[in-house]
Design a protein around this ligand. Structure first.
Ligand code: NAD
Length: 696
């Protein structure tokens, strides 16, 4: 592409402008153009120094990640960077917008960096399971020191210009980008400033720094590959000559780029962008403006959900059954904010602003002017229908009425209103002020405007909105049911809570099903099982016996000091309990089950393959738009490890034929609930993957 980089002159300063809209990504043409422009500047005797900047809204924003894995085109990047760094005339990078990844690595090969106040820099490669592979891990520690470089490279975070200057990444900040950078370059020339080649700067560190850093990140980076390789690279910068360090970086970059972890993380990256696309609700569908939100119920979920709106500066009115309930709900909200302030993560005046967004009432007349109402009362259909009928009468006809139900039928709630097209599910996850996932549940009558508004509102308050269909448990909880249910059967067959939980934890989830049960409380499920006992089909095995017995002892989980495990006061560490083990053995005996040793591999398959099988059923029924939406739900709502890409990507990585073979074995050995989903059978027969399904 001609003209990807232009060279011009302003007095004695050569100006190199990258013109590759929209974000000046480092394409082959840009790399070649950069090399040529530097050569032109060097060949021109009038030119004393050069300024490098990006045209349009940003400096070089980074590599074009879609180029990964394709045959290289244009001048190799290291060659261009070497030519810049070794230039005998000094080069100033003039940064505006964002200089990320390869963009910042390019700026690090300039001799000085000038930035607009609104600019940001960063090396976000780690978020894609990669590491900065063009010298970033070798130059940054030389420029700003090992510890600061580790923080920047391992977190992948963006740093605003002012902080970048404090850290030493940027030398000068100024308003007028081109004029400012030219003046800065002229000043450097006039002062006879040295050609500061970062590669020649010393880099030293106490070896203990790396040991401590690795220890500190162990929990956060568990299971990921790239963060560890990033630390290895920075360690190489501190221990090896520059060129050997570069070679090491290249080698470790190759390890990352070919790793399943990076493939999974890149899948997640693209899937997060895909999730907003809804075939029959185009991007330009009008969204209703939401100036006021009303929350029905100020309990666990109501309070958490409301905080999201207050945080985004949207007034929210809480409606409850009594003043006492309102007071209780508001005091929890207040306490949550206060805890964040106490940790130094929120300024007191910001907290005050957020608290000022709340009003409270027990009277539906007060919420007549709300634009969006979200119901979060108890999970009982009759109660929810009563609330929806009241809302339909009390709230203006244009308002959207949403339910935060975890499982119940949205259409049934819509049926008691005269505006079913404005009724929708907005299923937040607990704690709702923290968890990123929002399942937007489409009712059969939900209009495109209602869907677009709910999805858009979710995004506005920082959630990742995923559209799902209206079936029991929707997508996430429907799949979860298969996972937790299978865990219970494993106890009867020979497993113990600590073994099953450890296998699932080692796979990468934050905790296994029994620790999760103890945390959520076992009494809720017990109540549901008792209420549904009469409807339970007699020909299906019942997996709740052990949990029922544990509940009969008053062991409801952490809140009662014990459930599947014991807990010490104020400590969430699970301690195996002999009485529970006794119950487990007893139940196996009563059911005539010969307890068997289960391998960890088998435990993982038995617990997690239901996610794949039910996920396939959900896709077949159209309850999720695409396999990657399911992955996004599981990563953001249930702690499925991002480095495995979500259950559907994981299934593709294992090979659907292998998954199907195991499902068939379980179906034969364990029972009907393991019948393989027809879609899975079909994909295997056609030699396809879930990813193929997505590609159409
Ligand atoms: P909760 O018991 O903590 O809160 C329910 C609140 O609703 C209580 O404060 C109660 O006083 C109030 N309420 C009851 N009837 C009311 C009425 N007629 N008008 C106004 N307020 C009324 O329950 P929760 O955990 O917040 O769950 C609420 C909803 O959110 C349920 O539908 C639940 O399934 C769903 N949900 C819960 C979770 C979770 O993890 N807790 C997650 C996602 C969704």
């Amino acid at each position: 592409m001609p003209g990807a980089v232009e060279f011009s002159k302003r007095g004695a300063i050569g100006v190199i402008t990258v013109k590759n809209p929209p974000v000046n990504a480092l394409s082959g043409a840009v790399r070649t153009g950069l090399g040529e422009a530097v050569a032109q500047g060097l060949a021109d005797d009038e030119v004393k120094a050069m300024v490098l900047l990006g045209d349009g809204r940003t400096f070089i924003a980074g590599a074009d990640i879609r180029e990964f894995g394709k045959p290289p085109q244009g001048t190799p990047f290291p060659e261009v960077l070497g030519a810049m760094e070794n230039s005998s005339k000094l080069i100033v990078a003039a940064i505006h917008g964002t200089a990320l990844g390869g963009g910042l690595e390019t700026a690090l090969c300039c001799h000085y960096r000038f930035a607009a106040p609104s600019a940001a820099v960063g090396l976000p490669e780690v978020k894609l399971g990669l590491l900065p592979g063009a010298g970033g891990t070798q130059r940054l520690p030389r420029l700003i020191g090992v510890e600061k470089a580790l923080n920047l490279i391992v977190s992948g975070d963006f740093v605003p210009a002012a902080r970048a200057k404090d850290m030493g990444v940027v030398d000068e900040i100024g308003d007028d980008l081109l004029d400012g950078a030219i003046a800065y370059a002229e000043k450097l020339v006039a002062e006879g400033a040295e050609l500061r080649k970062i590669r020649d700067l010393p880099c030293e560190a106490d070896p203990a720094v790396f040991e401590n850093y690795r220890k500190g990140m162990a929990r956060r980076a568990r299971g990921f590959l790239a963060p560890w390789k990033c630390v290895d690279c920075v360690e190489a910068a501190a221990t090896l000559p520059f060129d050997e360090g570069l070679a090491k970086e290249r080698e470790l970059f190759q390890d990352c780029v070919t790793s399943p972890e990076s493939a999974a993380q890149r899948h997640v990256f693209f899937s997060e962008r895909e999730v907003a696309k809804i075939p029959d609700v185009p991007k330009d569908t009008p969204m209703k403006e939401i100036k006021k939100v009303a929350m029905i119920g100020a309990g666990t979920m109501g309070g958490g959900i409301a905080m999201n709106f207050a945080n985004a500066g949207i007034p929210v009115q809480m409606l409850e059954v009594s003043e006492e309930a309102l007071e209780k709900g508001m005091s929890i909200i207040q306490r949550n904010y206060q805890a964040t302030v106490n940790k130094g993560r929120l300024a007191q005046d910001k907290m005050d602003q957020r608290m000022a967004q709340f009003t409270t009432t027990t009277d539906y007349a007060d919420i007549a002017d709300a634009d969006l109402v979200i119901e979060a009362v108890f999970e009982e259909m009759d109660l929810k229908k009563k609330v929806f009928a009241t809302l339909d009468e009390a709230v203006n006809d244009e308002a959207i009425l949403a339910s935060n139900t975890s499982t119940l039928n949205i259409d049934e709630m819509a049926s008691v209103t005269k505006r079913p097209e404005k009724v929708i599910g907005m299923h937040f996850f607990s704690p709702a002020n923290v968890m990123r996932l929002l399942e937007v549940v489409r009712g059969s009558a939900s209009s495109p405007e209602t869907i677009a508004t709910a999805m858009g509102m979710g995004r506005k308050v920082g959630k990742i909105s995923v559209l799902v269909g209206n079936c029991f448990g929707f997508v996430g909880n429907r799949m979860l049911h298969g996972y937790t249910g299978e865990g219970s059967f494993l106890l009867e067959e020979g497993g113990l809570p600590q073994q099953v939980d450890k296998a699932v934890f080692d796979f990468g989830l934050p905790m296994g099903p029994f620790q999760m049960g103890d945390m959520a409380g076992l009494d809720i499920g017990w109540r549901v099982r008792k209420a549904r006992a009469a409807e339970r089909p007699s020909n299906e095995p019942y997996g709740g016996t052990i949990a029922d017995r544990i509940c009969e002892l008053g062991r409801y989980g952490q809140k009662t000091g014990g459930g599947y495990y014991d807990y010490k006061e104020g400590d969430r560490t699970p301690i195996p309990n002999a009485e529970v083990e006794e119950i487990i053995n007893q139940v196996s005996k009563e059911k005539g089950i010969q307890r068997q040793e289960l391998s960890d591999e088998e435990v993982v398959k038995r617990c997690l393959y239901p996610l794949i099988n039910i996920g396939a059923q959900i896709l077949d029924e159209g309850m999720a738009l695409r396999p990657s939406d399911i992955d996004i739900i599981y990563i953001n709502g249930y702690g499925f490890p991002a480095y495995r890409g979500g259950p559907m990507h994981w299934a593709d990585a294992i090979g659907l034929d292998n998954v199907l073979a195991d499902l068939k074995r379980f179906h034969a050995e364990v029972g009907e609930r393991w019948r393989p989903a027809p879609l899975l059978e079909k994909l295997v027969a056609e030699g396809k993957t879930f990813a193929d399904l997505q590609a159409g």
